[in-house]
Design a protein around this ligand. Structure first.
Ligand SMILES: Nc1ncnc2c1ncn2[C@@H]1O[C@H](COP(=O)(O)OP(=O)(O)OP(=O)(O)O)[C@@H](O)[C@H]1O
Ligand SMILES: Nc1ncnc2c1ncn2[C@@H]1O[C@H](COP(=O)(O)OP(=O)(O)OP(=O)(O)O)[C@@H](O)[C@H]1O
Ligand SMILES: [Mg+2]
Ligand SMILES: [Mg+2]
Lengths: 163, 161, 163, 161
């Protein structure tokens, strides 16, 4: 049992390191509290952004937490793959550069898995294979298939999204 | 497997029947605040078997029915393409429908035939699909993943293995 | 005591209605659970966006909650004015149109009170009287006085902000 | 009254002395994730007397000192313009400085003279300035205002009156 856990732990740790590097300039990794007896302790997640000191994930800034959380979620997939992902505004706290990298990452990931992401940002929406617009008319919701030209035109309320 | 189509009627802000076609890869959903984007996620969780109204941002299940709907019934259908047969059935596409009535009663349908929540949940689990998996991140919930304690994180890894 | 409370309640309710109309297309207001005996019940806050039904503030969407929360905060000022406001990313959940209206509202409010707002959005930053850029160099924080041209140029990492 | 200047040294991510000049009206602060924006808000709350490390996103006060600082001391100074004399003192500008040392000890200064936390808090309260007023909205905290119960909201109104 311990062997199975350690093997999965190392696989997820490797995947975390690799996904994180795609999303940010820095490093992220997992550490066992008690490497000799994993089940008697916890699993730490650390992130090092840019030239800054490594920090425990819980003490990172808002946007840094968002990036490391996405990286951890995707790393878990290497041990337990889901066929699709539902992400609701996971880029809310990210600055422009990180959000754009997230969009590119999801575009790449979308070649192997299905992703349904809600986002208000054009820089992220423009990386999708398919864009769905939701709008309200007389108090009820409807949808429209969108392409990026209509969004960038700002053509009316229904295409309004974070510019 | 992937979701090819979603049909929502009388559920939350979707008064009239709305069909959403999804691509195999990276789909993005956008629109103004309050337009109904998160309600789409709620609809997917609902049809996959979510029974906790709190997880669908309501205090009771009957609140999920659209307030304006002439027929007080909520209905969500999902079409899953079974290309790799991760769902252990013959069919190439699997259709699941869930109906919710004002008195709180519910009906589930699998490929047109009446079914049960348990049967559908078991079927979906073989393709690693569940209404509350780690692959679903509701609005505002992302950063909790960075904020879990080391003990909780170990538990997450143990569950996965 | 009851008189004092009712008077303040009505003043804050009026202000809430007026601020909300500047931030969104719709109405927001307060209601006493027991109008004859305010202290034995609570205070409800309701919002009606566009053509939709009025809803209690707690059951609104993410971005709708953000807008009504800002309106309520500003309404409280009519009863207890603060000399300055510190707002950290209050536009995170707002769509482009609401964020821009927030920026215009704060620009107007800034003529009477001091506002210090953290935002990642150009549309909001461009409405400020003064823009401060924060950047990291060799692991430490520094600041630079910015003007909008530098931000829109994207001139290097340090001006990077939500586009 | 308004804040005209903030000086931060050895506090959180501000290793070297950094001076921030603020305008009377609408100031906006931006920069990449993790650059130090929220730390500026923490610095303002700190110099106004915040004593709860949790409210400053740390588990203990000594963690507020910059990790790289050669002298293990954190220092924040705020300059408040007293144009309408809401602060009941003669001076046109009021300077408050707070120093934090590795052993957890602290020093407060008011216009250059040694003072106490209580004296400064009382002075600021007459101008309706406090480190945890409703005029301060930390990152992620905004929507709680919409989510308070009706009873909590009544309590907020009662406190204001
Ligand atoms: N049972 C219902 N009947 C009618 N309308 C409903 C019902 N339940 C929810 N709604 C509507 O759905 C809206 C919220 O939709 P949703 O949460 O999907 O918005 P959203 O597009 O995700 O917005 P945001 O960008 O702010 O997160 C509510 O404002 C409400 O008007
Ligand atoms: N005592 C300290 N010594 C050195 N650096 C510190 C210290 N405390 C915090 N930091 C740094 O400050 C950073 C967080 O800064 P802050 O929360 O202000 O970021 P932010 O600009 O608000 O980011 P976001 O846009 O993601 O919210 C941490 O990533 C950490 O590197
Ligand atoms: Mg939403
Ligand atoms: Mg921050």
């Amino acid at each position: 049992k311990r062997e199975v856990f350690i093997k999965a732990f190392e696989k997820i740790d490797r995947e975390l390191r690799s996904v994180f590097r795609e999303l940010a300039d820095g490093e992220a990794w997992l550490e066992l509290e008690y490497p000799d007896n994993p089940f008697s302790g916890g699993v730490f997640m650390l992130g090092k952004f840019g030239d800054k000191m490594p920090r425990e994930s819980a003490s990172l800034s808002g946007g840094e937490k968002a990036v490391i959380s996405v990286a951890f979620l995707m790393a878990l997939q290497s041990a337990y793959t889901s066929p699709f992902y539902l992400f609701d505004e996971i880029d809310a706290n990210m600055d422009a550069e990180k959000a754009e990298r997230l969009g590119e990452f999801l575009n790449k990931w979308g070649e192997a898995s299905q992703i349904i992401l809600i986002s208000l940002r054009d820089t992220v929406l423009s990386k999708a294979h398919n864009i769905i617009g939701v709008y309200e008319k007389e108090g009820s919701s409807y949808i429209a298939r969108l392409n990026m030209e209509r969004i960038v035109d700002g053509g009316g309320k229904r295409q309004s999204s974070q510019n | 497997v992937y979701i090819s189509k979603l049909e929502i009627r009388g559920f939350k802000s979707f008064e009239k029947n709305v069909t959403i076609e999804l691509a195999r890869g990276f789909n993005a959903v956008s629109g103004q605040n309050g337009s109904g984007k998160s309600n789409i996620i709620d609809a997917i969780r609902f049809v996959l078997g979510e029974n906790s109204p709190k997880s669908l941002r309501e205090s009771k299940m009957s609140s999920l029915i659209n307030e304006k709907a002439k027929i007080k019934q909520g209905r969500v259908s999902i079409q899953i393409v079974n290309d790799n047969h991760a769902l252990p059935v013959q069919e190439e596409t699997v259709n699941i429908t869930r109906e919710l009535f004002e008195d709180g009663s519910q009906k589930y349908f699998l490929n047109g035939k009446r079914s049960t929540r348990n049967a559908i949940i078991d079927l979906l689990l073989s393709a690693r699909i569940s209404f509350d998996g780690i692959n679903i991140v509701p609005q505002g919930a992302l950063n909790r993943i960075a904020e879990t304690t080391p003990a909780e994180r170990r538990a997450i890894l143990e569950d996965i293995v």
